[in-house]
Each structure stands twice: as structure tokens, then as C-alpha cells.
Design a protein around this ligand. Sequence first.
Ligand code: BES
Ligand code: MN
Ligand code: ZN
Length: 489
Amino acid sequence: MSTPVTIQFRSTEAEAAAGFAGKVVIIAGANGAIGPVSRKINRLTKGALERFLSSPAFEKMKPGDAAELAWPAGIAAEAVQILRLDRQADALTARKAGAAVGKALGASGALVLAEGHPKAAEIAYGLALRAYDFTAYRTGEVTSPGEVTFLVANPEAVAAQATAHAAVTEGVFFTRDLTNEPANILTPVDFAARLAAMQELGLDVEILEPEELKKLGMNTLLGVAQGSANPPRVVVMQWNGGAKGDAPLALIGKGVTFDTGGISIKPAAGMEDMTGDMGGAGVVSGVMRALALRKAKANVVGIVGLVENMPDGNAQRPGDVVKSMKGDTIEVINTDAEGRLVLADVLWYVQERFKPVGMVDLATLTGAMVVALGHENTGVFSNDDTFCNAFLKAAKAEGEGAWRMPLGEAYDALLKSRIADMKNVTGREGGAITAACFLQRFVKPGTPWIHLDIAGTASLKSDSTFAPKGATGWGVRTLDRLVQDLCEG
Ligand code: BES
Ligand code: MN
Ligand code: ZN
């Protein structure tokens, strides 16, 4: 998997800065204030820093922005990068500044003159999150970023703060790698094997194969899978770091490794994006990895439904009626509304087996969600205000966009079928909401539940603050924080 850049924290020695051949990063406050090591760099460059810091270019920079002076005279560095960041900056602004360093990080690495900045660990976090590149299939020359050293006043204290961040960064990278993988490589079987490998981290991982799924009655999940030569898997990952016997929090992910639409086939244009239709399962996997790496004091179960949705002689037909594990029958009007069929059985299974204190499902569920909220916010649906508000608070603290959407009986009524208990699609109007209502039919009354439709946020066509174009890992940081807030408090 893609490994995060190596970051070390050392105590400040000015000599190291003058001779460093990579990028030297300095931090300047709003009025252009810099620390003693940076002032030494200024002297060695014959005042180049000061000229920049008193220029209109610096004045125009917003908190968290970065600028670069290339090939400065007087020092060995290939560039000096200047971050505008007050000492009072909040964590998210500090991460944003760090991300600018991560984005521009070259093979020769960087030396960050943190100058006792109180948010040094957050700067490092943003740097690490942004220094990601999915290089698995680019043969030839791929330059990996060089090492990063932070010169800080108190290396042990900063390194301790950075340890938990490093665990989450690895989780985010795991999610991004899974989501970026092409579907000929990341089949349900391959996905399951990557999750089984996490047993090394102390997770308990079980893989349910088709025979078992049949016995359990997961017919709506199996119906989606039946048109594919790649057999489905359901994977259960348990992290039991909390009190023995405490019911777990459950995380459930849609893992459609490729979504052609099935017999209700999708148009060709953009269909390749459906390699990311396992993004929900990717986030669940990344969170479980982070929890294991940081040895979270919480009980959490992650479960993913892994299937491929293909058209084939054996594929499910529009009009088929299938019986869910719950026992409800579903008329499959459109085989492209497959995510809800996968999740219906997995949601039911996790409640029957674990009686979770709450559950959060994640799915690239509907194009309608992208129409509604674009790429800035994930749609949040919930049957429980307290649980939902805790989630929204965590999302806000992590700077991951999340916006609550409605549920309701009038929407739910649109799912009425002529011949079965429900149909799997309604009209186009409110499509993300009616999809959520469909899922809610598989949530037991009394189980606090959040559904996250990440169709617009799991992968992007352009760079974002913390990720290059492609998979973002949206939700890993928020869910890790939610586990901290709810289970480890
Ligand atoms: N995986 C898609 C949703 C999707 C669309 C995700 C765009 C990411 C980007 C889902 O399985 C799907 O095909 N949904 C249909 C539902 C419709 C048939 C009711 C859709 O949104 O068109
Ligand atoms: Mn689909
Ligand atoms: Zn899909």
C-alpha cells in the first residue's frame, strides 16, 4: 500500500537549516514575524525573506497559504517555502498550511523550521495527508517524496501528538488505495484478502463466502452478484479495544467493486468511474485500520458487502422479485439501484448478530446525491438527532463537509410496489432521499443509524486541500474522531 512520507521531529539547530539541500520551510505570522532560525536564513540569503515578507505578495496571502522562493542564494536549499500561519492558528488552518508543503514535496524532502509553533503536529498531519500519490500502475520513473524533518522546540511532545495522526493517515491512505484500484485487480476476493491481511494488526477478520451467504438468506446481496464471474464476499472486521461485553459501534460499507448497472446498463461515458463504487467499503476498511493502529479503546465492528454488478446470462433482471434476509420482498425495477440491495442484507445481518449501539453506513449510493450537494458535502441521513449531531460535530472539527438531509413517511411511501413489499427505485425526484428511506426499512426501530451518501465526495476530478485528484478518503478522519468522542471519552 502507499506509505505515508517519513516525518521526524528533531530539536532546533540552526546549522542544519543553512546546509539543507531540499526545501526549507519557514512559518511567518500575519505581520511577517518569523523565528530566530528563519531570521538566520534571512541573513544568509541577504534579506530575501524580509523582502518577500514586506511585499504585497505576502500581504495577499491568507492564513494557511504558502509561497515559494526558488534557488535562493546564500544557502544550500533548492527552495524556501513560506507558510503564512499565526501562532494562534486553529488546527485546520495549520493542517492546510502543512498540506501546501505535502503537495509540493519533492524527492529531496523538506526541513520545516517550526520555530516552536504550537500546532507543529497539525502542520505535519496536513503535510502527510496531502503527500499521497497512487503510483501502483505507473511504470518507469516515479519519484517518491524525500524525508521530512521538523525542527521543533520539544521533539518528544510533538512526536507523541503525531503518533495518533500517523495511524489515521495510514487509514486514509488504505481507503484511497482501495478506491483508486481498478476493478480487474480489486475484485471482491482480492478486496477480502487485503482485509484478511489486517489480522496482523490485531483485528479479527472473518470472510463469508457465497454458500454461507445463501444459508443466511442474503438474497438481495446475492442477486446483485449473480451476473458476475467474480463471486461476492462479506467481510466482518472486529476491533475489540473497549470494555468486554460492551456492544460495538457498527460501520457498514457498500463495496461494489464495479458497477456496470447490470442489465439496466449504464451509458459508456464515465462508466470507468464506477471502479470507485466500493468507496463506502473503502472508508470502513480505512477506519478499522486506523483504530487498530492506534489501539483505540473502543469496540467497533466494520462490515463490507463486496460484489460486482455485471450484465450476463445469469444476471438479475428488471422485474425480478427477491427476498431479503429480513424477510421483506423487493421488486427489482432497476438493476442499477444495486447498492441499496447489497446494504439491506448487510444492515440486517449486523443488527441480528451484534445488536450495535449505533450504526453508520457509507455508500456511493446515488447520482441524485451529487446533483443535490455537489462535491463539497456528503449527504447525512439519520433516525437519531443525538447520534447525528455527534457525527456532524466530528465532521466539522475535521473539516470534512457533511450536510443533513431529510427522511420521512411521504418519501418512503414512494417505494410501494404492485407485487412485492417494496420496489428498489422510485422516480428521479428526491432520489437520494428515497434511497435512504429504502435503507431505513432495514434498520430496526431503536437502532441509532446514520446513512452517508458519499457519491459526490469519495472521489474527485480535481485536487482538494488534502488529496490529489482521485480518491479522497472522505470520512475516515471524521469517523475516527466519532469513535473517540462516543466510545473513548
Ligand atoms: N453507484 C451508483 C451511484 C453513483 C453515481 C455513484 C455517480 C457515484 C457517482 C448507483 O449504484 C446507481 O447507479 N444509482 C442510480 C440509482 C437509480 C437507478 C435509481 C443512479 O443514481 O442513477
Ligand atoms: Mn448502480
Ligand atoms: Zn452503484
